[in-house]
Design a protein around this ligand. Structure first.
Ligand code: HEC
Length: 408
């Protein structure tokens, strides 16, 4: 900022104009900056520091609404961000977006990226490798279950996966030399190393793999466009002064992450790392035990729909759920583990997960007809009969028919 004395006041002036124009066209009053911050995220302290810096820059009073985004087993639904953005604050900070894909909660807008973070390769300090390809042949690499880096082994035959249920366990494997390296979410690694005062023992390398890089953005709804505009102006000023880099370090770097060189390969999305599970599964609801296994299920779809659905599943879903729905990076979508009597799924619950959260890389990106046909395929694979009447989007959205695996 010292090098560019005109810039900050110029920027603030622009922000003030934007605020006046976008709000009520009335007087510009010292604004309130209200932000939501996910207290369960490893970037929570960074997001809080950013909020303070932005409020100082804007001359605004800061109000922080902390929420716990970790959720229960089913994660924190993308949908809940809409509620947050509409009711609790004008901006939700710290939302990571895959630089190789898109994945905004439906109905929300995103600020320009203020930083980037992502999955990193962590190696012991003495290791000479800084990429997967450079690791010695036969190396075991720790990864956490259902996170994006599980998919990188296909292209790197020199390494094999050592899968753990939590980031803490993956890090422990690295710490105890059970593996040669680990692939994890940068903020988690940074926090872990800081807590243990062990940063010196390890090197952290950016992964140049598909869907490893994420941009951090603030989410907002259309009613808060003015606050978002001021936020962006303030972030630009903080970046110019070098303060942004200080605030984000070491959790993230400033600027936007460039897409990786494999930007077009359709692979895992943003349902990982610090936000593991957040994109999916949360709509699952219990609605009492409706299902009786004995009763024959109704014919909800046609064979043509299921056949079309099979091809579309292969194209959009199989890379994560397996060609035979057996599960990979995503869970199995067939069998008792998926739809048991006790899981209390209805057709509409699963259909809503499909349409709102899937494919995890680009939720909501398929045509209505594609979702319906994929749903028909899932039903068929779980033992449901086809009939003469085609399933429609509206029916699937509302259907309370229990979804229970019936064998095949
Ligand atoms: C990039 C990987 C990826 C792609 C592509 C993908 N999914 Fe998923 N899907 C996941 C992950 C990961 C989960 C589990 C998330 C969680 O709940 O923790 C999931 C969960 C689900 C669930 C909920 C299962 C349950 O038991 O809760 C359904 C249903 C589903 N996916 C269907 C689909 C369909 C249909 C497609 C294709 C249109 C698709 N997915 C594409 C990764 C993916």
């Amino acid at each position: 900022m010292k090098n560019h004395p005109e810039q900050p006041s110029h920027r603030r002036w622009l922000a003030a104009i934007a605020a006046v124009l976008l709000m009520h066209g009335g007087l510009a009053v010292a604004a309130d900056l209200s932000v939501c911050i996910d207290s369960s995220s490893p970037t929570a302290s960074m997001d809080t520091a950013l909020a303070h810096a932005v409020a100082r820059q804007e001359g605004a009073t800061l109000r922080v609404h902390a929420f716990d985004g970790s959720g229960d087993d089913d994660g924190f639904a993308l949908k809940q961000f809409n509620t947050l953005a509409a009711r609790s604050c004008s901006l939700v900070l710290g939302f990571p977006i895959d630089a190789d894909a898109h994945g905004l909660p439906p109905g929300l807008l995103a600020s320009a990226p203020y930083g980037h973070t992502g999955f990193v390769l962590v190696t012991p300090r003495r290791s000479k490798a800084s990429t997967l390809a450079q690791l010695p042949a036969g190396s075991d690499v720790a990864v956490t279950y259902q996170t994006t880096p599980n998919l990188y082994f296909v292209d790197h035959a020199n390494v094999s996966a050592d899968v753990h249920l939590s980031d803490a366990e993956s890090l422990k494997a690295l710490e105890t030399h059970a593996v040669g390296a680990a692939m994890l979410w940068r903020p988690t690694v940074v926090r872990f190393l800081a807590e243990r005062k062990e940063a010196g023992r390890f090197s952290v390398h950016e992964l140049n793999e598909p869907h490893a890089r994420f941009n951090l953005v603030a989410l907002y709804d259309a009613d808060h466009a003015a606050q978002a505009a001021s936020f962006q102006q303030a972030v630009a000023a903080l970046e110019a002064s070098g303060e942004l880099a200080r605030v984000l370090s070491p959790y993230a770097q400033t600027g936007a992450a460039a897409p990786t060189r494999h930007g077009n390969s359709a692979m895992l999305g943003r349902s990982a790392g610090g936000r593991s599970g957040r994109t999916c599964g949360a709509e699952r609801k219990s609605a009492g035990k409706g299902a009786s296994k004995g009763k024959a299920p109704p014919a909800l779809f046609t064979t043509v729909q299921a056949d079309n659905g099979k091809a579309k599943f292969k194209e959009h879903c199989a890379m994560c759920h397996g060609p035979n729905l057996e599960g990979r990076a995503g869970p199995a979508l067939k069998g008792a583990n998926f739809a048991s009597d006790s899981s209390d799924f209805h057709v509409r619950d699963i259909f809503n997960i499909l349409t709102h959260n899937m494919p995890a890389t680009e939720p909501g990106s398929l045509a209505h007809a594609d979702y319906v046909e994929i749903m028909a395929f899932l039903l068929q694979q779980n033992g449901y009969p086809s009939g003469s009447k085609a399933l429609t989007y509206e029916e699937a959205e509302k259907s309370k028919v229990p979804l229970i695996y019936r064998g095949q």
